[in-house]
Design a binder for this molecule. Structure first.
Ligand code: ADP
Length: 403
């Protein structure tokens, strides 16, 4: 009798799970990494972890969930992705880690020494590092045989010039690791790669300012592909006015509020990271869309938008001075990618730096929004930190050299 059974070969495509933990969010994605560039097969996010009404988004569908902390959020994510192709055959789990401190200056595999150092560094960034560490530990437990990698937001800024990273406080604190580090480095790396693909090597080696304007917002000056200064500092609270973070403040305000307003240290930390910025000024919302809608009728919303744009303009001009002029400006992240009014208000009056916006291209969120006559070219580029992580780890796994 003829053998009628059919032989199937199941091809296992290696996959990478990326984990990006924010102070109250967890973004995840799975990338198939068989050949060529990584392909995203699923992505999503849990928002409002530890706050009222958390939600889970997978692809474009969203639903309410019950999660109190990052460990519970991760368990839910792992449940969701269980049936996704590749989820059972991960070749790596790659984590965005906000702070590498003085020792961890490159993306690399996680080991016990790194986790111990990150624990020690937790007070450097109590808003993000404890969640990052908890996610790494939970993933190690869930996937004991799968290597874990850490991709550091600080790595892009590792070669900041001394004058940019040295803080003007007593010298002894530098030895204890207190200096400017800079953040949003994964986004900066991705955006510089995209700039090179779009505008060529020469543009990517020129004088560039990256304006990453999301809930967290920063600007970075880049020359010859290297970060030469950046607005965030020892922690991601510094620099621009943000959704809920203050950005730069008079340092003596802390002592005043603690002494006179009887604020505790924790209250102050909470105020500058979660109750300030757009939310603090407007008293209504940390979301730029709400404030733009409300600004005609609500002076507090108008103040918040004014403050955001004014502050960003001031930092942009400062970074252009550091660079000795500007060849390229990149707008990115939620506000930078989507909002013509904010981009126009930041650039207004900066013709002296060679920035001339094309209002039609700007209103259409065009890829290039400057006039042909503008000395500086202004790009709008979508950031993709997860894709950058997947590419970097794929290259590391293939033993390719990465920066
Ligand atoms: P995160 O830093 O949390 O990753 P995002 O990059 O998603 O944040 O940016 C969130 C911010 O982007 C919010 O303030 C939101 O209002 C703003 N945003 C998103 N779309 C628009 C838009 N069309 N116009 C203005 N602001 C927008």
């Amino acid at each position: 009798m003829a053998n009628t059974s059919v032989q199937f070969t199941i091809k296992i495509v290696p996959a990478i799970l990326t984990i990006n933990g924010g102070s109250s969010s967890l973004k995840f994605a799975i990338f198939a990494t068989g050949h060529g560039k990584p392909q995203r097969t699923v992505s999503g996010e849990i928002e409002r972890i530890g706050l009222p009404n958390p939600t889970l988004r997978v692809g474009s569908s969203r639903r309410p969930v019950k999660v109190q902390n990052h460990a519970e959020a991760l368990a839910l994510v792992l449940e969701q992705i269980n049936e996704t192709p590749g989820a059972k055959d991960l070749s790596a789990v790659a984590h965005r880690v906000v702070h590498g401190g003085p020792l961890y200056r490159q993306h690399q595999p996680v080991n016990a020494a790194m986790l111990a150092e990150l624990e020690r560094l937790s007070p450097f960034d109590p808003e993000h590092l404890p969640a990052d560490i908890s996610l790494i530990r939970c993933c190690t437990e869930a996937f004991p045989a799968v290597p874990q990698f850490a991709c550091f937001d600080t790595a892009f800024h590792r070669d900041l010039p001394r004058v940019a990273y040295l803080l003007p406080i007593p010298r002894k604190y530098e030895k204890r690791g207190i200096r400017r580090y800079g953040f949003h480095g994964l986004s900066c790396s991705w955006l510089m790669q995209q700039l090179k693909e779009r505008a060529g090597e020469e543009a990517a080696r020129g004088r560039v300012v990256i304006a990453h304007l999301g809930n967290g917002a920063s600007m970075t000056a880049v020359h010859n592909g290297r970060s030469v200064d950046t607005t965030m500092s020892f922690t991601p609270t510094a620099g621009l006015v943000m959704s809920r973070r203050t950005g730069d403040l008079d340092p003596s305000l802390a002592a005043y509020l603690i002494r006179i307003e009887k604020m505790s240290v924790d209250d102050f930390q909470h105020m500058v990271n979660a109750e300030s910025g757009l939310l603090g000024i407007s008293e209504t919302s940390s979301d730029m869309r709400d404030l733009l809608d409300a600004q005609q009728n609500d002076a507090r919303a108008a103040d918040a938008v004014d403050s955001f744009c004014y502050n960003a303009k001031k930092h942009l001009a400062g970074l252009a001075a550091v660079l000795g002029g500007l060849d390229t400006l990149i707008f990115s992240a939620g506000i930078g990618e989507n909002n013509a009014e904010v981009r126009a208000r930041i650039c207004h009056g900066l013709e002296f730096l060679g920035i001339e916006l094309d209002s039609i291209a700007n209103n259409q969120n065009g890829a290039i929004i400057s006039k042909k006559t503008s000395k500086a070219t202004v790009h709008v580029i979508k950031t993709d930190e997860e894709m950058y992580i997947a590419q970097t780890i794929t290259a590391l796994l293939r033993n390719e050299v990465t920066s």
